[in-house]
Design a protein around this ligand. Structure first.
Ligand code: HEC
Length: 155
């Protein structure tokens, strides 16, 4: 019984992985602002440094800088896509919302000098970058191709 279940899970994982691989070349590249992404990386590094130093004012300052970045050029309207493409567009926007929500929570936590919350959310922000790159940035970051879809850093 247990063996059957394992085989079923393995088969499902294989199907999901193949579907995922087939989808891979479709990146919303034209909507990604590479210059903003590079700034975001600088600010994330600065936040990690400030976390190490316990400097909450700096964390808040770089959080605010992150919040000013849109990361995406223009609007993405999922209704312009069909089927799995639409699902991907919706997922992309969700990732972006998760990123902005984490940044806002970080700013609040750092303003309140809330140690636990600040450290937890600083980690969430990194997760939000990783989740999106694993799903949509595989051409740019091919190392994510070795990762399984459920290992996208989000769930
Ligand atoms: C909503 C999705 C999404 C989120 C959120 C996101 N990224 Fe990206 N990012 C992408 C995609 C997609 C690419 C690759 C675009 C391409 O194929 O060139 C990318 C590329 C990049 C690049 C490379 C830019 C270049 O020079 O080509 C950097 C650096 C980067 N992201 C940093 C970050 C950081 C740091 C965060 C979090 C604070 C983040 N990104 C959050 C989607 C996202």
């Amino acid at each position: 019984m247990r063996t059957n279940l394992l085989i079923l899970i393995a088969t499902l994982t294989a199907v999901v992985t193949v579907t995922y691989a087939a989808d891979r070349p479709r990146v919303f590249k034209h909507e990604v602002d590479a210059a903003d992404m590079r700034k975001a990386r600088t600010y994330v590094h600065a936040i990690v440094n400030s976390v190490l130093e316990g400097d909450f004012d700096q964390i808040r300052k770089y959080g605010e800088k992150l919040d000013e970045l849109t990361l995406i050029k223009g609007e993405i309207d999922p209704t312009q896509y069909e089927g799995s493409e639409r699902a991907r567009a919706e997922q992309f926007l969700k990732n972006n919302e998760y990123y902005h929500a984490s940044v806002k929570t970080l700013i609040k936590a750092a303003s309140e000098y809330s140690v636990e919350e600040t450290f937890k959310v600083a980690e969430d922000i990194t997760r939000s970058c990783v989740a999106c790159h694993a799903q949509f940035g595989q051409n740019r970051f091919p190392a994510f191709q070795r990762m399984s879809p459920s290992g996208n850093g989000k769930d």
